[in-house]
Design a protein around this ligand. Structure first.
Ligand code: NDP
Ligand code: 8X3
Length: 253
């Protein structure tokens, strides 16, 4: 991973931040994006201090066609070899019949449209250079559905389909496409899902051993370090105590 050029979306928290830390420690150069620039600034300063990595940061809302377009020359100049499409979120846990339409729009625009916009901006450069690796952060929610999760699961099923189609579109170009699909990971994910209700978010992980963001970063690094002839297409990574999207073993059960 030394001297590899890596773009990570949603690097201000959780899995994206853990990926930034792992790639920086491995000697890669990073281009990190998110909306919270202050978080990215802190991360850049810390990682520069701890690893000496070259890191540039950019404020980017992946939902915005204009903002992604404005990043085009920056992406072109950076010449990414690896793109980690991580920015994403869930909003709410209401059944469809009571769903908040603005929650739906935010999930669809971020998890599907945003991933596509960033991919569209970066992929042609990878193809013209004859090498690249797109690593999408999917979810167990891209393989299964659960009550109250229909829209979030729909977006992650879309990511799974895009991942598979993208692998076909890029066949023979030197670009690899992988998906790392975790079960429950304790990050800010549930705080965001419940619109800042930290108590409700904490209950998701109560008496349970979730994955850590670093576990997902390890899987991403594993994908990125396969030799050029080998590719991880899809990797489902679950907590040992989670058997499906709806089966979690809690110590008080
Ligand atoms: P966090 O909430 O901790 O991190 C989400 C990241 O996405 C933040 O850095 C946030 O940055 C960024 N983001 C959200 N919306 C946008 C946007 N519109 N534009 C740019 N960046 C955005 O959650 P996780 O780390 O857990 O989530 C990362 C990915 O992992 C998501 O795709 C999620 O669906 C997936 N995932 C998470 C699981 C879990 O249980 N935690 C399990 C399976 C998959 P900012 O707000 O600064 O823009
Ligand atoms: C995030 C984890 O449990 O909502 O993808 O599927 S879960």
């Amino acid at each position: 991973m030394k001297d590899r050029m890596v773009v990570i979306t949603g690097a201000s928290s959780g899995i994206g931040q853990a990926c930034a830390e792992s790639f920086a420690r491995a000697g890669s150069s990073l281009l990190l994006t998110a909306r919270r620039l202050d978080r990215l600034e802190e991360l850049r300063e810390r990682l520069r201090r701890e690893t000496g990595a070259e890191i540039e940061i950019h404020r980017l809302d992946v939902r915005s066609k204009e903002e992604v377009s404005a990043m085009q020359p920056i992406f072109d100049a950076f010449e990414p070899e690896i793109l980690v499409n991580n920015a994403g979120l869930a909003r709410g846990l209401a059944p469809i019949q009571a769903g908040d339409i603005s929650d739906w729009e935010e999930m669809i625009e971020t998890n599907v449209r945003g991933l596509l916009l960033v991919t569209r901006a970066i992929l042609p450069g990878m193809i013209s250079r004859g090498r690249g690796h797109i690593i999408n952060i999917g979810s167990i929610a891209g393989h299964e559905a659960y009550p109250g999760g229909a829209v979030y699961c729909g977006t992650k099923h879309a990511v799974a389909a895009i991942n598979r189609g993208l692998a076909m579109d890029t066949l023979g170009t030197g670009v690899r496409v992988s998906s790392v699909d975790p079960g429950m990971v304790e990050t800010e994910f549930s705080i965001v899902r419940f619109h800042g209700d930290e108590e409700k978010a904490a209950a998701v992980y109560e008496n349970f051993r979730p994955l850590k963001a670093e576990d997902v970063a390890d899987a991403v690094i594993f994908c990125a370090t396969r030799p050029p002839h080998a590719n991880i297409r899809e990797m489902i990574l679950m907590p040992s105590d989670q058997a499906s999207a709806v089966h979690a073993w809690r110590s008080q059960d």
